[in-house]
Structures are given as structure tokens and as C-alpha cells.
Design a protein. Structure first.
Length: 291
């Protein structure tokens, strides 16, 4: 089911299947790629971990877990456990909506979690928040992100757009499975977007370590129009993907921007992983607006 909200020049829709952002517009202009028939994770909620887990396997407190291998070609789990679940609408007004979901301990995860996601529109744009509470009896690792594809202007490819991203380090990955091989300086891969520069024909599908966790990330077309995204201090990393899609229709017309609490394969490295004790909660918000 799709539900809609609006405020002034902004309008958005939310898909109860996955609980994700299905569309966001400003004065009729798409700020994010609308959800389509092909599953690209557009607007999805990524919890209780974002990004990839090698072989879907990890250990926590001496117990081994196996997540579904939903990225079969690379033999990984990708984006965890909630993007394909049906969420419940708990509240819905003209300019806001709250959806909820519960997941239970399983072979993939150590405990029961209760989630709520809140979407709210105002003259400043979209405020998007995910809350999680451990309602089980065991401690569990936790990470979270969202997966919007920002759009600068209709018909304008990433190649012509200017990206501004305050990051001096990125996680290098192997090309076959996109799994981490080490943190490097952005200059080594010509990934320095700190002062804003045109993306050009670069392929990017990498996590960047954020210098300023709350700085706005901007995607701007040559006309000056564009979109921006910001997050709270929980955003340690941000995955950026140029949406190449094998050069097919619609490729490189949008940019995935995913501020994350932890990096790639973090449930194995344990880097920046949050421990949720029984009864503990975690909240994170993101904002998206028009340039």
C-alpha cells in the first residue's frame, strides 16, 4: 500500500511494503528516484545492518549467525532484514506518517526488535527517522541506514553533476564482491569531493568515512538545481553509488547516498557496530531537501 503526505511545495509517498520512501518531490520535481518495478533498494530502510555481510555469516558473543544470501551473484547478504517486510501504519496525517514493524530472533539475528519509522514534511523538506528497541532477552549488534537515490534534475546524468561530500577517507573494495580491502585516502582514487566537483564518468560504489557527520551532502546539476541530504551525528560512513546499472536504460541518472552508522561488512570487523542491550533503543534521522 502506498500512502501520501505533503507540505507546501513538498510531497512524498511511502510504501508499506518495506516501509521505504517511494517518492519525494519539490514543486513537482523528483528529488529522489521514485520506486519502480525493478528492485534497486530505492528508498529502502536498511536495518538492523546496512550494506554487505561477507557470505552472510558473522559471530556475536560466541554465537554464529547466517543471514540470507540475497546478493547471490556475490555470495553476500545485502541490507539485512526489513526492506522486504510489510510495515503497519501506526499514524498518518496530512504531512506525516509513522510505520511500525517487529522482527524476531532467528538464525540471522540474536534478538527481537521493534522498529518505528517516521516521515514528516515541512517547508524545510523531509525529516526521516528510524527508531529501534531491543525487546528481546539477548544483546545484539546494530547498524542502520536508508537508501535514497538523489536526483539533481530530470534528464541530467551524474556525469554532469557536482557532488559535495566532506570525506578524506574511503573504504576500498574488491571489484568482484565489493567487500572491504582497507581504508585509503580519497586522493588515491580521485574521490575527493570535499570542495565539490563534477563526478564525470567515474564509477563509485564505495563507503566514505565522513569528516563531518552532520554536513550536508549535495548533488547539483549545471543549472544549479539539485537535492541535498544530511544526517545526525550517528552517520559515521556514507555509501555513494553512481547507479551505473550495466549501462542500461536509466543508468547514472541518480546517485545513491546512504549515510550509515557502520561500514561495509561491519558485523565481521565490529568497526562502529552498536551494541543494543535488552531494553536499549537507538534512533537516527536523515533530512532531504531541494537545491
Amino acid at each position: 500500500m502506498i500512502i501520501s503526505i505533503s507540505s507546501g511545495s513538498y510531497s512524498a509517498s511511502i510504501d508499506t511494503h518495506g516501509g521505504g520512501l517511494a517518492s519525494l518531490q519539490f514543486e513537482g520535481r523528483n528529488l529522489v528516484e521514485p520506486r519502480g518495478a525493478t528492485h534497486t533498494y530505492a528508498g529502502d530502510l536498511l536495518a538492523p545492518w546496512p550494506n554487505r555481510i561477507r557470505d552472510g555469516k558473522y559471530s556475536w558473543k560466541g554465537v554464529d549467525y547466517q543471514a540470507p544470501l540475497n546478493e547471490a551473484a556475490r555470495g553476500n547478504n545485502l541490507h539485512a532484514l526489513v526492506f522486504d517486510k510489510e510495515w503497519t501504519v501506526a499514524a498518518h496525517t496530512g504531512d506525516s506518517a509513522t510505520l511500525t514493524l517487529s522482527i524476531h530472533a532467528s538464525a540471522a539475528y540474536a534478538t527481537d526488535l521493534e522498529f518505528s519509522v517516521i516521515y514528516s514534511l515541512s517547508s524545510a523538506g523531509l525529516h526521516w527517522q528510524i527508531n529501534a528497541k531491543n525487546v528481546g532477552s539477548a544483546s545484539a549488534p546494530y547498524g542502520v541506514s536508508v537508501h535514497p537515490y538523489l536526483m539533481a534534475e530530470a534528464g541530467v546524468k551524474n556525469d554532469a553533476c557536482t557532488l559535495t561530500l566532506k570525506s578524506s577517507k574511503y573504504m576500498s573494495v574488491d571489484l568482484e564482491r565489493l567487500l572491504p580491502t582497507g581504508v585509503k585516502d580519497v586522493e588515491e582514487a580521485n574521490f575527493d569531493f570535499r570542495n565539490g566537483r563534477v563526478i564525470g564518468d567515474q564509477f563509485i560504489d564505495h563507503a566514505f568515512l565522513l569528516d563531518d557527520h552532520t554536513a550536508r551532502i549535495e548533488l547539483r546539476a549545471p543549472s544549479g538545481k539539485g537535492s541535498w541530504l544530511s544526517s545526525d551525528e550517528n552517520a559515521k560512513w556514507c555509501q555513494i553509488h553512481t547507479s551505473d546499472r550495466d549501462g542500461g536504460a536509466g543508468s547514472r541518472m541518480q546517485l545513491a547516498v546512504e549515510p550509515m552508522t557502520c561500514a561495509v561488512d561491519a558485523f565481521n570487523s565490529k568497526e562502529d557496530v552498536i551494541e543494543l542491550a535488552p531494553g536499549a533503543s537507538h534512533s537516527m534521522w536523515w533530512k532531504i531537501g531541494a537545491l
